[in-house]
Design a protein around this ligand. Structure first.
Ligand SMILES: Nc1ncnc2c1ncn2[C@@H]1O[C@H](COP(=O)(O)OP(=O)(O)O)[C@@H](O)[C@H]1O
Ligand SMILES: [Mg+2]
Length: 289
C-alpha cells in the first residue's frame, strides 16, 4: 500500500501554497502539523482529487488521483464539511452511502457498524442539529469510512472539540491507522503528538520536518532552556533568542527558550517537546525578533 506524492505544487495567482512536495505514505497515522496558511488544506485537496495541481502528481499503488479506482480507495473529511441539520445521523449515513454507490443492504450494514465504531448508535435517530461539535466530527469520520477506504484523510477534524472529545477522537484515529493510511491535519500539537507515527511539519508550502516524534524533536535536543531572571535580563534575552514561554511573577520573569548554548548563568537545560519545536517555528514571539 503506497500513496505517492511527487513534486506536488499549487500556485494561486502569486502565492505558492504547496511547493514541490514529495513523499511516500504507507500504513499508519500521519500528522500534518502547521499554522493557518501553511498549505495543509491545499495539499489535502490535491490528494483527494478535488483541486488540480499546478504540477506534480498523486498516485496510490500507481493509480492516478483522477481515476475512479483512486476515489474508491479514498475517504475524506473536508475542513468545512456540510452536514444536513434536519437529517438524523442514520439518515445522513444512508444518504452519503447512496452517493457513494453502496446498495441498500450494504448501506444498512455499514452504517450500523460505523455508528457503533464512532459511538453514535444511541443517538442515531436524533437530528444532527442537536449534536455537539465532537458528535458531528465523529459522524463526519463515519461517512468517510463508508466505502472502507484504504486512505483516510481528515482536514482539521478536531476543530471545535472539547478536551474530553479530543481524547476520544485520538483513540478512534489510532485504531483506524492500524490497517490504512490515515492523514490528519491540525494546528494543535497535542492532537497528533502521541498518535502519529510520522509527523509532517508544514510551513510555507513545504515540509520543514518529517519523521517520528523522537526524530523531529531531536532538532532542538539540548537547546531548550528554562530560567528565572530579573525583568531587565529577560528583556535582553527575549530580543536575542526565540522565546517559547514567558511567565511573569512579582519580581522575576520565567522564560523557556531555544538557543544553541546556555543563554545565562541561571538557565538549565530541559527536555524538548514537539510544542517547543512548533512554537519555535510558528509563534509570534519568535517571528518578531
Ligand atoms: N483559492 C485560493 N486562492 C488564493 N489563495 C489561496 C486560496 N486558497 C488558499 N490560498 C492561500 O494559500 C495558502 C495556504 O492556504 P491553506 O492551504 O488553506 O492553508 P492551511 O490549510 O494550512 O491553513 C494561504 O496563504 C492561503 O491564503
Ligand atoms: Mg486548512
Amino acid at each position: 500500500m503506497e500513496l505517492n506524492i511527487d513534486r506536488l505544487t499549487k500556485q494561486y495567482e502569486n502565492k505558492i501554497a504547496v511547493d514541490r512536495i514529495s513523499i511516500t505514505l504507507s500504513k499508519g497515522v500521519y500528522g500534518l502539523l502547521g499554522a493557518n496558511g501553511a498549505g495543509k488544506t491545499t495539499l489535502i485537496r490535491m490528494m483527494c482529487g478535488v483541486l488540480k495541481p499546478t504540477s506534480g502528481e498523486v498516485t496510490f499503488n500507481g493509480i492516478d488521483v483522477q481515476q475512479e479506482e483512486y476515489r474508491e480507495a479514498l475517504g475524506y473529511l473536508p475542513q468545512e464539511f456540510g452536514y444536513y441539520p434536519e437529517f438524523t445521523a442514520i439518515e445522513f449515513l444512508y444518504y452519503m452511502a447512496s452517493l457513494k454507490g453502496l446498495n441498500k443492504k450494504r448501506a444498512k450494514e455499514k452504517s450500523a457498524e460505523l455508528l457503533e465504531l464512532v459511538s453514535l448508535t444511541d443517538v442515531r435517530k436524533k437530528k444532527i442539529k442537536t449534536f455537539s461539535g465532537g458528535m458531528k466530527q465523529r459522524l463526519g469520520i463515519a461517512q468517510a469510512l463508508l466505502n472502507n477506504p484504504k486512505i483516510l484523510i481528515l482536514d482539521e477534524p478536531t476543530a471545535g472539540l472539547d478536551p474530553k472529545e479530543r481524547v476520544r477522537f485520538r483513540n478512534l484515529i489510532s485504531r483506524l491507522g492500524a490497517e490504512r493510511i490515515v492523514l490528519l491535519s491540525t494546528h494543535i500539537v497535542s492532537d497528533i503528538e502521541n498518535i502519529a507515527g510520522t509527523i509532517l511539519m508544514m510551513k510555507d508550502g513545504q515540509f520543514i520536518h518529517r519523521g517520528s516524534l523522537e526524530e523531529i524533536i531531536r532538532v532542538i535536543d539540548h537547546k531548550v532552556f528554562e530560567c528565572n531572571v530579573d525583568p531587565q535580563t529577560a528583556e535582553k534575552m527575549m530580543s536575542t533568542y526565540p522565546v517559547i514561554n514567558i511567565r511573569e511573577n512579582e519580581s522575576n520573569v520565567f522564560l523557556r527558550l531555544v538557543c544553541d548554548k546556555k543563554p545565562c548563568e541561571q538557565a538549565h537545560s530541559v527536555q524538548a517537546t514537539l510544542e517547543d519545536l512548533y512554537l519555535y517555528y510558528f509563534s509570534e514571539v519568535s517571528d518578531n525578533e
